[in-house]
Design a protein around this ligand. Structure first.
Ligand SMILES: [Zn+2]
Length: 248
């Protein structure tokens, strides 16, 4: 498959043009034209680049790429080494940020709901990235946390009454702790996201709405994996996901 066709296909699949994002979505670093092997992963760290190129990837697709708004644009130090690695190996880097959080099927939030059996009822937050809905069955907060620990293979940080029952929940993958206010206003019993800030603890205690910090990496593994499986099924391309655990 040609790189350009791959980029066009994913771009329309994930409706990339619909989003105002903090980084370029699509090809961030251009490699060879022909793509036979695609590596996927959450973040384009040096370790992912090393493993993907050792495996023989022609292109790497990630959720967290490079060139974030506000960062120093100079290609020096760590950034120089990463970009040089890609260019030296003639391997492309494609990144999809908000479009890969939000997509109704392949998005991190949709995949999280699928994995945990949550029923989505609507969206909220900036550009409708975050979700709210219900658990299939009412659970205690403790049971909800245990389910997350089991499915995400990471013990979450839970702020709330473990014996309280949870039916309505809101969730947003990654660092979406800033949406807790809006989640509280939706009248949910619990909010699940990847990271937590100091003030979230007070808001949880004063609102009675539980806050679960389930891991930024852990909540953002599943979108890029689903996209990879789809590309493999659709085009017969060899796709390999590289899970490089991150405690945050
Ligand atoms: Zn993220």
């Amino acid at each position: 498959m040609q790189l350009k066709d791959l980029e066009d296909y994913i771009g329309s699949l994930l409706e990339v043009d619909r989003f105002r994002d903090y980084c370029p979505n699509g090809v961030q670093v251009e490699g060879r034209d022909e793509v036979r092997r695609i590596a996927t992963g959450v973040s384009a760290s040096q370790l992912l680049l090393d493993q993907a190129t050792a495996w023989g990837a022609d292109a790497i697709i990630v959720h967290h790429g490079y060139f974030w708004r506000g960062e120093d644009a100079a290609l020096t130090g760590i950034k120089k080494r990463r970009v040089a690695h890609l260019l030296n190996h003639d391997v492309s880097l494609l990144a999809y940020h908000l479009p890969l959080d939000a997509h109704a099927e392949f998005g991190n939030n949709a995949q999280l709901a699928k994995l945990l059996g949550w029923q989505e009822q609507g969206r909220f937050g900036e550009q409708d990235v975050a979700c709210f809905g219900e658990l299939i069955q009412q659970q205690t907060l403790s049971e909800l946390a245990d389910g997350l620990a089991q499915k995400l293979e990471r013990v979450p940080l839970v702020i709330g009454d473990l014996a309280a029952s949870v039916k309505k929940i809101a969730w947003c993958s990654g660092a979406a702790q800033g949406y807790f206010d809006q989640a509280i206003r939706l009248g949910v019993d619990a909010f699940v996201t990847g990271e937590i800030s100091e003030q979230n603890v007070h808001l949880a205690q004063e609102s009675g709405v539980a806050f679960i910090s389930a891991g930024h990496h852990a909540t953002e593994r599943y979108g890029v994996m689903a996209l990879g499986r789809h590309l493999s099924a659709e085009f017969g391309i060899e796709v390999q996901n590289f899970e490089l655990n991150n405690p945050v």
